[in-house]
Design a protein around this ligand. Structure first.
Ligand code: NAD
Ligand code: TYD
Length: 355
């Protein structure tokens, strides 16, 4: 018996701790699943405020011996310091207000969480001697590219955000850079394109279209529907972040993309076709203010320096995603029955469920 206990103690003491913020959201929860499945020597503290986008159901089935959830706000300095163990291996900062349309309606929450919250985490990383700080950023900090061109976002493209969301993420990137340059904090910044996959909140294009189409409701397409996004399956993004953490150079940024540019209208038609729904559900609606025309990522640095490549094709990823939403309609219905209804009515001028 004594021997067994000492073995357990030994195992616990060799476990390395990573601190993940925003792990009850879409990408953070996929990242946690990946790390628990594909490593054996990391345990995770998942620190999340459970805003409208955070959902404990996203954490169902996780190995609780290696995953500890703490409800907390990254803007609450004391809570962060209390929850973050000294000498942890890394902070992965996923926590954010993440929806462009909400940032257009009201930007202050974005400044608080995305900018102030990031700075509080950077200060905590210094105070607690954390080995590496990984900031999960977005290609949107680099603005918009022209249509029909061969231009791409590289790590050297200028930071020129257009939406309040992108501006807050760009500001956070600058504070991460400043922490590295001024205080020698070991930082990595990743900038990824549009993610899709299981458990994405149905305010974003793909899950919104799936949820509406499943219910034979109109699917709202902004403007002419020809804006281009560079789509990546969420698990491929999570794997790239982990590689950037393991192999990335301190102070560097990594643009992550799966070379998968699609016009919105093509994405929407693919979803309707996969669900066997008519294209007559498409409803062109007023364009988003300041709508970025095209995002496209040059992924050569992550491919060559980190040896990363996406595993999931667009066709497989979309099928997997649609299957998940079909099989988890309770998850969707629970969201669609809450505060989401007010958001939807304010934003689209129609009720959830309107036919
Ligand atoms: P999400 O909105 O699904 O999840 C955000 C999570 O952060 C939620 O669980 C929420 O409760 C939590 N959170 C929000 N404010 C918080 C606070 N003040 N303190 C603690 N927790 C808080 O977002 P997502 O799509 O999973 O995005 C995660 C990260 O990846 C974000 O930083 C986002 O900018 C970035 N990103 C997203 C995409 C994308 O396509 N979704 C692409 C590139 C980068
Ligand atoms: P979104 O998923 O909000 O991601 P982002 O704005 O961060 O790229 O939107 C993806 C694209 O889909 C974007 O060009 C806006 C468009 N879109 C619509 O056409 N209709 C919608 O209802 C939504 C939410 C987005």
């Amino acid at each position: 018996m004594k021997k067994q206990l000492s073995t357990i103690n030994y195992q616990l003491s060799t476990m390395r701790t990573i601190f993940v913020t925003g792990g009850a959201g879409f990408i953070g929860s996929a990242f946690i699943r990946l790390i628990l499945e594909e490593t054996s020597d990391f345990k995770i503290i998942n620190f999340d405020a459970l805003t409208y986008a955070g959902n404990l159901e996203n954490l169902n089935g996780l190995d609780e011996t290696r995953h500890k959830f703490i409800k907390g706000d990254i803007c609450d300095k004391e809570a962060v310091l209390q929850s973050l163990p000294e000498n942890s291996e890394a902070i992965f900062n996923f926590a954010a207000e993440s929806h462009v349309d909400r940032s257009i309606a009201s930007a202050s929450e974005f400044v608080l969480t995305n900018v102030l919250g990031t700075q509080i985490l950077l200060d905590a990383a210094r105070a607690k001697n954390i080995r590496r700080f990984v900031q999960i950023s977005t290609d949107e900090t680099q603005g918009s590219l022209p249509e029909d061109s061969n231009s791409y976002f590289t790590e050297n493209s200028p930071i020129q955000p257009n939406s309040p969301y992108a501006a807050s993420k760009a500001a956070a990137e600058h504070f991460v850079r400043a922490a590295h340059e001024t205080f020698d904090v070991d930082t990595i910044t990743t900038r990824c394109g549009n993610n899709y996959g299981q458990r994405q909140f149905p305010e974003k294009l793909i899950p919104l279209m799936i949820a509406n189409a499943m219910n034979d409701e109109p699917v709202p397409v902004y403007g002419d529907g020809r804006n281009v996004r560079d789509w990546i399956f969420v698990e491929d993004h999570a794997r790239a972040i982990w590689l950037a953490y393991l192999k990335g150079k301190a102070g560097s940024s990594y643009n992550i993309g799966a070379r998968n540019e699609r016009q919105n209208i093509e994405v929407v038609k693919s979803i309707l076709d996969a669900l066997g729904k008519p294209h007559s559900l498409i409803k062109f609606v007023t364009d988003r203010l300041g709508h970025d025309r095209r995002y496209a990522i040059d992924a050569r640095k992550v491919e060559t320096e980190l040896g990363w490549k996406p595993i999931t094709t667009w066709e497989d990823g979309l099928q997997k995603t649609i299957r998940w939403y079909r099989e988890n309609q309770d998850w969707v219905n629970q969201i669609r029955s809450g505060a989401y209804r007010d958001y939807y009515k304010n934003h689209y001028g129609m009720e959830v469920g309107a036919k």
